[in-house]
Design a binder for this molecule. Structure first.
Ligand SMILES: NC(=O)c1ccc[n+]([C@@H]2O[C@H](COP(=O)([O-])OP(=O)(O)OC[C@H]3O[C@@H](n4cnc5c(N)ncnc54)[C@H](OP(=O)(O)O)[C@@H]3O)[C@@H](O)[C@H]2O)c1
Length: 238
């Protein structure tokens, strides 16, 4: 059975992604930084008849927590097939870049960028043991510089810190995909689209089922799958 680790999967898009991946037959390690929230999520899945899922405690801003999660996973499985860097925060509103508090900017980067980078670095050895290692970095259209320069609704300027953290995450996707191309890794940035979750006070226009769909599509690529790109359902501009 193929294995997948999803960070921040106790709720929202991550939880739905865990559900869909488990339904496709993956053994899912459901990442949660909070043990009781994680167990609640596992319980919810079990009540839906899904049993191929287990909790992994992981806080992506804490390197000791990530190393412990890696150790836990190494004790449970010989290889990790899929890593989905889903954990993310919005950082709140009013993040115009000319005035955003630098500490707020750092905080968003800690989770959305450094969190994904240090998590991936720790799990690369276990991913390398898979026949087709796949990494999905959950990004956003707000991370697209092309979109900011052309079609972006000016109302989204209140999310500048968040947007830049996702641009940086996209850069990480490209660098890592290029570095690991010859080793068979499939590494892409994927946006779920504007989805109703806690992140946006449930104002998103899509359901989590719709949001998770693109993530699952690029998390289940085979060895002829694309790498180093940015998608929603279809390809997005950087
Ligand atoms: N919703 C949208 O419209 C939208 C659009 C584009 C991209 N995205 C991206 O989709 C991803 C999921 O967001 P969502 O909308 O599902 O938001 P959400 O419902 O707020 O879920 C975020 C998840 O990330 C976890 N998390 C936050 N900080 C963490 C940390 N340091 N370590 C581990 N887990 C952490 C949260 O855990 P707690 O429960 O403990 O806080 C929660 O499980 C994010 O990367 C987000 O940027 C969302």
């Amino acid at each position: 059975m193929k294995t997948a680790l999803i960070t921040g999967a106790n709720k929202g898009i991550g939880f739905e992604t865990a559900k869909q991946m488990a339904q496709l037959g993956y053994f899912v390690y459901l990442g949660s930084r909070d043990r009781s929230k994680g167990l609640e999520a596992i319980n919810k899945l079990e009540n839906m008849g899904i049993s191929n899922v287990e909790l992994i405690e992981i806080d992506v801003t804490n390197i000791n927590s990530i190393k412990q999660a890696r150790q836990d996973l190494e004790n449970k499985t010989k290889a990790l097939d899929v890593l989905i860097n889903n954990a993310g925060i919005s950082g709140g509103l009013h993040q115009n870049i000319s005035t955003v508090d630098i500490e707020d900017l750092r905080k968003v980067f800690e989770t959305n960028f450094f969190g994904a980078v240090q998590t991936t670095q720790q799990f690369i050895p276990l991913l390398k043991k898979s026949n087709v290692p796949v990494v999905v970095n959950v990004s956003s259209e707000l991370g697209s510089l092309t979109t900011h320069n052309s079609t972006l609704n000016p109302n989204y300027k209140i999310y500048d810190a968040y947007s830049i953290s996702k641009t940086a995450l996209n850069a990480f996707t490209v660098m890592l995909a290029n570095e690991l191309k010859s080793t068979g890794f499939r590494i892409n940035s994927v946006s779920p689209g504007y989805t109703a979750t806690d992140l946006n006070q449930f104002k998103g226009t899509q359901t989590v089922e719709q949001g998770a769909k693109s993530i699952v599509k690029y998390a289940t690529l085979d060895n002829d799958g694309v790498t180093g790109k940015f998608f929603r359902e279809e390809e997005l501009p950087w």
